[in-house]
Design a binder for this molecule. Structure first.
Ligand SMILES: Cc1cc2nc3c(=O)[nH]c(=O)nc-3n(C[C@H](O)[C@H](O)[C@H](O)COP(=O)(O)OP(=O)(O)OC[C@H]3O[C@@H](n4cnc5c(N)ncnc54)[C@H](O)[C@@H]3O)c2cc1C
Length: 499
């Protein structure tokens, strides 16, 4: 009989409760990752994710080499893989983290639960970060978050584990054509693995992080000064607790406090949003605030809607900061928070395209795609939660404020290189004479603006406020606050920004 530690989005060997608990039993232990075709075909996933996953798996294998152990990577749907292993070797127990994921992984976990019950196999699941599966309220949630984050790390002495090495059935071998693609290293993207995660974190705490707070919103500087730990957290190369405890170790460094406070809040938000998704996973399909179900977006099948969506997806809207952000994201898998919020606002407010038509496009592009944060943030920025400040970003104003010398714009829109700054921010103002001078033709070298944002911004604002005053929106907002926000002593809406 064997025990199995099933790795999913927790691709590390440190602070890993399932591994620690499994190591306490006397059964031979198989460390398993399953490459699931349903995820390869899922619209949220892209080969950039699989390359990162593959690098993370290689990193685990490198660590296991030191103790002469093996990571088993099988291909197939999870029930089939477990069934095959059970018939050949007999599974005593499976250990894994709870996955707070998209609909297909939830359904897969349900199928695994039924299968384990039918075969009298114990499946031990461990909490993901500080997220409480099925929590009914937020009383004491913050206190618990702190307790979990300050708690002891679940580290396993790898040399003491009773590792087991199985031979791989040919039918469970990952196809070579996939591996060829995933083994390709693209250095424009962050590389996966615990070693890379720790190097990134060390580098943040030794150099970059001191100026974090002042650079979060700059599309260019955020790339250097933000922690850049998001893909490592999303695929579990490092645990949130490891990251938080490293932050605490650095807490008293002179000149760092402001940045570390800002980072600590974000680590808290990380679990807050995933908790919210766990409680209302229907948000993958529907607005959290049900009263926005009939928000009058363009008809998804109309030519107009399709044209606008395609322009947004390709970074060809005629608004330089929108297009530079999208093209940078396509090429590198990362943009900062403000740029993400602005892309969503542009799609849903200025183009009036339904958030559901854009949400998987960005998931596919974000190397750090984390379902709970992604869906909750997407809806929040689209303005369909009804409890936050309404933010309709003006991409030209954002460009002038956050990229004043247009360095980021020039980097991602080479066609604007010749234009000096006021024009690089507002190319539509170019005169005929300037077009000749700079050898640039608006509408052919770079698109004319796809919409007039003064008009679209005004319309969206009126519409969003009209909705905000609807009784059903208010009723739903109260429900959302009751469910997802810590009860406050004062009955006011001041904690809205935390939802
Ligand atoms: C529409 C939209 C979609 C997003 N989708 C994702 C996603 O799929 N995956 C993801 O990790 N983040 C997502 N974010 C949140 C945020 O933009 C990224 O976490 C951040 O930009 C990652 O860069 P960093 O690691 O350098 O962040 P830092 O600023 O260094 O923050 C450290 C960590 O805190 C967490 N964090 C930071 N900001 C937030 C936030 N606003 N909400 C929740 N957690 C946060 C992340 O885990 C991040 O890695 C999204 C934001 C928006 C507006």
């Amino acid at each position: 009989m064997i025990d199995i530690v099933w790795l999913k989005r927790d691709l590390r060997l440190t602070d890993h409760a399932p591994l620690l608990h499994a190591s306490h039993t006397s059964d031979p232990l198989v460390l398993l990752y399953i490459i699931e075709p349903m995820l390869i075909n899922d619209p949220h996933y892209d080969s950039r994710h699989w390359r990162f996953i593959w690098q993370s798996l290689q990193d685990i294998q490198d660590q296991l080499d030191g103790v002469n152990a093996k990571l088993h990577i099988f291909f197939g749907d999870a029930v089939t893989v477990f069934n095959t292993l059970h018939h050949k070797h007999g599974i005593h127990a499976i250990y894994s983290h709870e996955e707070i994921g998209i609909e297909v992984t939830y359904q897969r976990d349900q199928a695994i639960l039924e299968w384990t019950q039918a075969h009298q196999i114990d499946w031990h699941e461990y909490q993901f970060g500080a997220v409480i599966r099925g929590a009914k309220h937020r009383r004491d949630w913050d206190k618990r978050w702190k307790t979990v984050m300050r708690g002891p790390l679940a580290n396993t002495p790898l040399e003491r584990v009773n590792w087991c090495a199985l031979t791989i059935d040919p039918e469970l071998q990952p196809p070579q054509s996939l591996l060829n693609d995933w083994q390709r290293v693209d250095t424009a993207f962050q590389l996966g693995g615990a070693k890379q995660a720790w190097q990134t974190l060390d580098d943040f705490h030794h150099q970059r992080g001191i100026d974090y707070y002042w650079n979060i919103s700059s599309p260019l500087n955020s790339r250097k000064y933000c922690s850049r730990l998001s893909p490592y957290l999303a695929w579990g190369n490092i645990s949130l607790r490891e990251m938080y405890q490293t932050l605490l170790e650095n807490w008293n460094k002179t000149g760092w406090r402001r940045s570390l406070i800002a980072l600590a809040s974000r680590l808290h938000w990380h679990c807050h949003f995933i908790q919210k998704f766990d409680n209302e996973h229907r948000m993958q399909w529907q607005p959290v605030n049900r009263a926005y179900h009939d928000f009058p977006y363009h008809n998804a099948n109309s030519v107009e809607c399709q044209k606008k969506l395609a322009a947004w997806q390709q970074g060809k809207t005629g608004y330089p900061l929108i297009d530079a952000s999208m093209r940078c994201l396509i090429a590198t898998g990362y943009i900062n928070f403000r740029s993400r919020a602005m892309l969503v606002s542009f799609l849903c407010h200025h183009l009036m395209v339904d958030w559901r038509l854009g949400v998987t496009h960005l998931a596919k592009l974000f190397l750090d795609f984390e379902p709970g944060i992604h869906y909750a943030q997407f809806q929040m920025q689209a303005g369909v939660v009804g409890t936050h400040t309404i933010r309709i970003y003006n991409p030209t104003k954002q460009a002038e404020e956050k990229d004043p010398s247009a360095e980021f714009i020039y980097q991602w829109l080479p066609e604007l290189h010749a234009l000096p700054t006021p024009l690089a921010h507002r190319p539509w103002l170019i005169t005929d004479m300037e077009q000749q001078m700079f050898d640039f033709t608006l509408g052919s070298d770079y698109p004319k603006p796809i919409v007039d944002i003064d008009k679209t911004g005004r319309n969206a604002r009126e519409l969003l406020w009209e909705y905000r005053h609807r009784p059903l929106v208010k009723k739903e907002s109260r429900r959302i606050l009751r469910q997802h926000v810590k009860p406050s002593k004062k009955k006011s809406s001041t904690s809205l920004s935390k939802v």
